[in-house]
Design a protein around this ligand. Sequence first.
Ligand SMILES: [Zn+2]
Length: 244
Amino acid sequence: MTLDGTNTWVLRAPGAEFATVIDPGPLDEGHLARIAALGPVQFILITHGHFDHAEGAARLSELLGGVHVLAADAAHSVGAGPLDRDEWLGGSGLEIQVVDTPGHTADSVCFLVECGDERVLFSGDTILGRGTTVVAYPDGDLGSYIRSLRTLSAYENVPLLPGHGPALSDCGAAARAYLTHREERLAQVRAAVAAGAENAEAVVDVVYPDIDPAIRFAAAASAQAQLEYLRRESQGAPEELDPL
Ligand SMILES: [Zn+2]
């Protein structure tokens, strides 16, 4: 499920002493020691709490002498309160905006980093460098995810550096491609339900007939998130009631 490994990003403005780390990755001493060697670090940022992004954060903080870990979920923060969604963080020549993008998980955020005239968006697992993101019920929420993709579609021509896979040149274009993919999948799930599929397993049989048994659980969790989305849509649940 970690695809080809997690990207850890170490940012340092030209001439600045302190670096910023995004997503230290799993608890892998060798990897964490290599990041620590790139210090000093002003703070460690977490895009979301999945272990392949956040598990090594507390240990890296320790290796760096107690550098704060900033995450939207207090459970993954160290030495500081949780990040405010949409807050700005400054220092060491970088301006960093927390962009509120729940959906892949409830605690997912992106980071828009500005340095001089340059802007780059760090997307965690909200948009990947290749393939699509799993929105798995119940931690993932498809309604929130679609709203987050709409938010990211506004970052026209902003380079995107994801949690997995290669960099992309245009965050806005990537977000729109993801929205199209989600709409196509939802149309397939609606059709499967109309044809009598009553639960996630039945939807998987119709929508992913040739699925590898090893990843069937992920497809079922994704189908469950889609059914939950369609159920709320059919009930006309007002958006304001969505806790995210
Ligand atoms: Zn994740």
